[in-house]
Design a protein around this ligand. Structure first.
Ligand SMILES: NC(=O)c1ccc[n+]([C@@H]2O[C@H](COP(=O)([O-])OP(=O)(O)OC[C@H]3O[C@@H](n4cnc5c(N)ncnc54)[C@H](OP(=O)(O)O)[C@@H]3O)[C@@H](O)[C@H]2O)c1
Length: 257
C-alpha cells in the first residue's frame, strides 16, 4: 500500500453510522466501506436496512445492520455492546440520524419541538457518550456528527431543527475538548442543501428549488455521495489531528452574502 492510499485506508475499522438506510448516512457508509471499513448501518426500519446491507455487500463492502431508534438509549447501548462483541472495538461513530419538521414558529407544537431535539441533538449525546466509553477502553476512536448549514444561519418554519443543530455544533466542541486526551477526535460535517428524501417537498417546489440553486455558488443541490469523502477523511489517518471542527460541505452557500 502506498503512503497516499494508507492515509485514507479504513481496513479493520468498525464504524457505526446512524440514519444510514438512505440519503447522506447511506452515502457515508458506502464511502467508508469502499475504503475498507466494516460499516454498521442503523435506522429504525430493519427491513429497509437489510436491503441496504445486501446492496453494499454486493458491492464488496463489509456491511451489517443494527436497527434501533436513536432516541432509545438502552437500545443504542445494546447495539454498541453487540458491535464491540463482534469486532473487538468500535473505531468510529457517525451520528447522522436526523428528522425535520416544518411549521411556522407560532404554530409549532411543543411535542414536535421535543421530538426533533431528542433525535437531532440528545440522541447524539447519549450514543456519542456511550460509544466514547468503549473508545476510551480501546485507546481512542472517532466521532462525527452531522450538523447543518442551518444553525449559524436561520430560515423560517424550522425552529426546532435550527436549535438542535446549533446545539450539536456546541456539543461537538464540548466533546472534542474533553475527549481529546483519550485519543478521541470529535468533528462535524455541515451539509448545505442535499437532494435526499428529507427535502423531497423542497426539490419539487419550483420557487424554493430556484432559491437553492441561485444561493449556492456551485449552482445546484449536492448529491448525497458528495458527503462521503468527508466521512472517510475524518475516520482515516488523514484526519488524525483534526478535532472540534465543523466542516462545511455546502457548495459555498454559507459564505455567500
Ligand atoms: N438533506 C439535507 O439537505 C441536509 C442538510 C443538512 C443536514 N442534513 C442532516 O443530514 C442527516 C441525514 O439527512 P438526510 O437528508 O440523509 O435525511 P433522510 O434521507 O430523511 O434520512 C434520514 C435517516 O435517518 C434515519 N432516522 C430518522 N430518525 C431516526 C431515529 N429516531 N433513529 C434511527 N434512525 C433514524 C432514517 O431512517 P428510518 O426513517 O428508517 O429510521 C434515515 O436513514 C440529518 O441529520 C439531517 O438533518 C441534511
Amino acid at each position: 500500500m502506498t503512503v497516499a492510499t494508507q492515509l485514507f485506508d479504513l481496513t479493520d475499522r468498525a464504524i457505526l453510522i446512524t440514519g444510514a438506510s438512505r440519503g447522506i448516512g447511506l452515502a457515508m457508509a458506502r464511502a467508508c466501506g469502499a475504503h475498507g471499513a466494516t460499516v454498521v448501518l442503523n435506522g429504525r426500519n430493519a427491513e429497509a436496512l437489510q436491503s441496504r446491507v445486501d446492496e453494499l455487500t454486493a458491492e464488496g463492502i463489509r456491511a451489517e445492520a443494527e436497527a434501533f431508534d436513536v432516541t432509545d438509549e438502552a437500545a443504542g447501548r445494546a447495539a454498541l455492546e453487540r458491535i464491540v462483541g463482534r469486532h473487538g472495538r468500535l473505531w468510529g461513530l457517525i451520528a447522522n440520524a436526523g428528522v425535520q419538521h416544518r411549521v411556522p414558529v407560532l404554530d409549532f407544537p411543543t411535542e414536535d419541538f421535543r421530538r426533533v431535539v431528542d433525535t437531532n441533538l440528545t440522541a447524539c449525546f447519549t450514543l456519542g457518550r456511550d460509544a466514547a466509553r468503549y473508545m476510551v477502553e480501546a485507546g481512542g476512536g472517532r466521532i462525527v456528527n452531522t450538523v447543518s448549514m442551518l444553525g449559524p444561519q436561520a430560515r423560517p418554519t424550522v425552529p426546532a431543527y435550527i436549535a438542535a443543530k446549533e446545539g450539536l455544533r456546541a456539543l461537538t466542541r464540548a466533546m472534542a475538548v474533553e475527549l481529546g486526551s483519550k485519543g478521541i477526535t470529535v468533528n462535524a460535517v455541515a451539509p448545505g442543501y442535499v437532494a435526499t428524501e428529507m427535502n423531497t417537498a423542497l426539490i419539487e417546489n419550483t420557487e424554493f428549488n430556484a432559491w437553492v440553486v441561485g444561493k449556492t455558488p456551485l449552482g445546484r443541490w449536492a448529491d448525497p455521495a458528495e458527503l462521503g469523502g468527508a466521512a472517510v477523511y475524518l475516520m482515516a489517518d488523514a484526519g488524525s489531528f483534526v478535532s472540534g471542527q465543523i466542516l462545511g460541505i455546502d457548495g459555498g452557500m454559507s459564505v455567500q452574502v
